[in-house]
Design a protein around this ligand. Structure first.
Ligand SMILES: [Zn+2]
Length: 292
């Protein structure tokens, strides 16, 4: 069973954990490291003969169009990570629609390829922002990977399905590929990558991912950010101890763990996984809200 390998292409200063200390207006003042870090990931994927899906922030794509082209040339899939990395439930539907359409056309103009997939900043499609799903359908996206079926302070729809499913709304339908969770003692434990992957010892990540996938019988999705393999990134000051923990824990261990992950599991793009996945389990948008 193939799993989806995904990279959220954004810079170290753009993440939600650092919002309080780094203003959107100041992003251009920070030294950019996203291009070099993403190129290192591309080399790593070549080494392990792995293809993945790269969710690219519109803000980054505008400043690094050659990077976007390189990702496509090296055989990977491109999807949208929005434009400004603002949490959807803090945006108005109007602003969300404008910036999502903008991010889609930036990527389409650079690559000449129709963009079908979307992932929200910090998985911020929650019951407060499910209207965003309707907007994604209207803008022509055919799949989304923004819903984390867990309890968390910033994201998650705990009662939502943990395997790919179809969301139907008045505007049409879209496939949702939820972020990987493993059931342990009746609890849903995040097993999808990112901060969890850096905080857990590797054997635990491996065990959870394998358990979530039913020992390789169900397709799962893994994610990482280019800045997570960059222990030398400039440190952002004036953040809480908790945010510091979330952002900086085990950056120096992440690349070797990723190599282990690429050795122990088989990965490809989201599009390739969905081509061989049954997502006929259909849920109405309003039921997703009501059951949560
Ligand atoms: Zn992100």
């Amino acid at each position: 069973m193939l799993n989806a390998m995904t990279i959220d292409v954004e810079d170290y200063f753009q993440v939600a954990a650092l919002f309080s200390a780094v203003k959107y207006e100041d992003w251009d003042k920070w030294p950019s490291r996203v291009e070099n870090n993403t190129l290192r990931i591309l080399d790593l994927f070549d080494e392990f003969k792995t293809k993945g899906t790269f969710f690219i922030l519109g803000w980054v794509a505008e400043r690094h169009p050659s990077l976007v082209k390189k990702i496509v040339e090296r055989g990977h899939e491109i999807a949208s990570h929005g434009y400004s990395h603002q949490l959807i439930y803090t945006q108005t539907p109007k602003v969300f629609r404008e910036e999502t359409a903008r991010s889609k056309s930036i990527l389409e103009d650079i690559t000449g390829i129709q963009i079908k997939g979307y992932r929200a900043a910090s998985y911020s499609v929650t019951t407060d922002s499910l209207w965003a799903i309707e907007t994604l359908i209207e803008l022509g996206f055919t799949w989304d990977s923004s819903i984390f079926p867990i309890h968390h302070d910033r994201y998650g729809i705990p009662a939502s399905p943990d395997l790919p499913y179809t969301i139907r709304s008045e505007s049409g339908s879209i496939v949702e590929f939820p972020l990987t969770t493993a059931k342990v003692a009746g609890q849903s434990i995040p097993a999808a990558g990112g901060g969890y992957f850096r905080q857990y010892p590797y054997f635990l990540s491996k065990w959870l991912f394998s358990r979530a996938s039913g020992q390789g019988t169900r397709p799962m999705i893994f994610y990482l950010h280019p800045w997570e393999i960059d222990p030398d990134q400039p440190r952002v000051k004036n953040i809480s101890a908790f945010s510091r923990f979330r952002h900086y824990t085990n950056l120096s261990r992440c690349e070797s763990r990723l190599k282990q992950m690429l050795t122990d599991f088989s990965f490809c793009t989201v599009g390739q996984v969905l081509d061989q996945t049954d997502f006929s389990n259909e849920i109405k948008l309003e039921d997703l809200k009501n059951n949560a």
